[in-house]
Design a protein around this ligand. Structure first.
Ligand code: EPZ
Length: 430
């Protein structure tokens, strides 16, 4: 089992480039198997969730060729099964996009119910409601979603809850349905816009992505058009808050600043200097951070995927801060780990109450999920002394070269896989 060992207390200073967005790549790669031609997708992050999805494509017969670390060529024309009969695909949430893509293309799909990060109950009723509205029979048998349709027909669908996954999944199936589909109360996240742009480039007719009403005119078939995935706003945000928590100064490059507005606003509120460029932002934290109140909301609100990272920064701010989680019911497992590090933090229902302290102290902690893991590493970087982070496998799901990138900013962090290596690191770190 690999771990991170960190000697904290060094401000992060320097420049960093973010990769393509994991959550956009997962849906775009799945949309790519909806055509029977070869297609090239660029700017894919090299993270384990993406690699699991590509493995699932191979299992159903698609041709997947890794051109280089960030480019993949896919041909969905060789698919010979609509049954994604493999246990490992359950590990990722985005396996649910296979239902929309296969149902749209072949009018049939069998996909295990998705897993993903354990951040509370994560129903997919809105996805299934959407497929049924398009005319599919959908049931769940022995943990597998079974969907089929003689005819997929456009429909008017009102989502009861704003859902990124359901919005994208309905777009996938409706793109190849007959007639017009309208999705109301659609998610406005940039990932939705990216997959709509990709599909439109392949000949789909999708209007309104990025607003809460999306209109899709079904087309007969889609064709190949290479595409480059948008930059990862959550990876960018993670380094922005790492700069804040360590009182650093970091230029984060290859970003779309518009996507980062909610985070930049909060960073300014807590006392950071934030500079915005065409494709970069700089975060500089010269002074002790100040308290704030923040509530996670669907885009353009403050992202739930940045909740643990801002909470960590606020453990070191003056005064009492409050973080309210309104998207996922149990995104609080990092709190007990922070208490081990000396944070004054508690959870009351869906609210985290943080009394800022002057320092965190290194401890042995374990990662409960992807974003909490990144946040706990930030805590280790800001803390006095040595922190050992167990279960980093969760972090590898969504952050490419995490420890290398942090090291390039001056962090003292290493990936180790034994107690001996931890001891050696501690000896070297002094
Ligand atoms: C996507 O999850 C992301 N995952 C999540 O990223 C992200 O946190 C989330 O969107 C919100 O931005 C992927 O893109 C693979 P939702 P998703 O459907 O689509 C409820 C990360 O760390 N809901 O927008 O599963 C749901 O329980 C991950 O990268 C229903 O009730 O999220 C939640 O409370 C974690 N019924 C809310 O809606 C449904 O049918 C929003 O979930 C669907 C969702």
């Amino acid at each position: 089992m690999e771990q991170y060992v960190i000697k904290g207390g060094h401000p992060l200073i320097g420049e960093i480039e973010v990769e393509g967005a994991k959550n956009a790549a997962l849906s775009i790669l799945t949309a790519a198997i909806m055509i029977n031609e070869s297609i090239m997708i660029n700017n894919i992050p090299d993270v384990s969730d993406i690699n699991v999805l590509l493995e699932a494509f191979i299992i159903i017969g698609a041709t997947v060729k890794r051109i280089d670390r960030h480019t993949v060529q896919i041909n969905g024309g060789t698919i010979d099964s609509v049954s994604v009969n493999c246990e490992f695909v359950k590990r990722i949430r985005a396996s649910y996009y296979l239902v929309g893509a296969l149902l749209g293309k072949y009018r049939k799909a069998e996909v295990p119910l998705p897993g993903g990060c354990n951040i509370g109950s994560r129903p997919i009723d809105q996805h299934l409601k959407g497929f049924r509205a398009l005319g599919a029979d959908v049931s769940v048998h022995h943990g597998v979603i079974v969907a089929s349709a003689d005819n997929l027909r456009g429909a008017h669908i009102f989502l009861d809850i704003v859902s990124v996954g359901a919005t994208i999944n309905i777009i996938l199936a409706a793109s190849l349905a007959k007639g017009n589909t309208v999705i109301e109360n659609a998610a406005r996240e940039p990932y939705v816009v990216d997959v709509a742009n990709f599909l439109n480039g392949m000949g789909a007719d999708i209007k309104g992505a990025g607003t809460d009403i999306i209109r899709i005119k079904g087309v007969e078939h889609l064709h190949s058009k290479s595409y480059s995935i948008m930059p990862d706003l959550i990876e960018a945000g993670t380094y922005m808050f790492a700069a804040a928590a360590t009182r650093g100064n970091v230029l984060i490059k290859n970003v779309i600043p518009k996507h980062l507005e909610a985070m930049m606003t909060k960073l300014k509120e807590i006392g950071c200097i934030v500079e915005e460029f065409d494709e970069a932002v700089r975060v500089c934290a010269k002074w002790k951070l100040k308290k704030t109140y923040v509530k996670t909301l669907p885009y353009p609100g403050f992202p739930t995927d940045m909740h643990p990272q801002i909470a960590v920064a606020l453990t070191l701010a003056s005064g009492i801060s409050i973080v309210t989680e309104s998207i996922f019911e149990n995104r609080f497992k990092y709190v007990d780990e922070l208490i081990r590090m000396g944070a004054h933090i508690k959870v009351e229902r869906n609210t985290v109450i943080i009394e800022g302290t002057s320092k965190l102290t290194g401890a042995r902690i374990s990662v409960p999920d992807l974003r909490a893991g990144a946040a706990l590493v930030i805590a280790g970087l800001a803390a006095e002394g040595i922190t050992v982070v167990d279960d980093i496998i969760y972090i590898q799901r969504g952050y490419e070269n995490f420890e290398q990138k942090l090291r390039s900013l001056g962090a003292k962090i290493e990936k180790v896989s034994s107690e001996t290596e931890i001891q050696k690191f501690m000896f070297r770190a002094g």
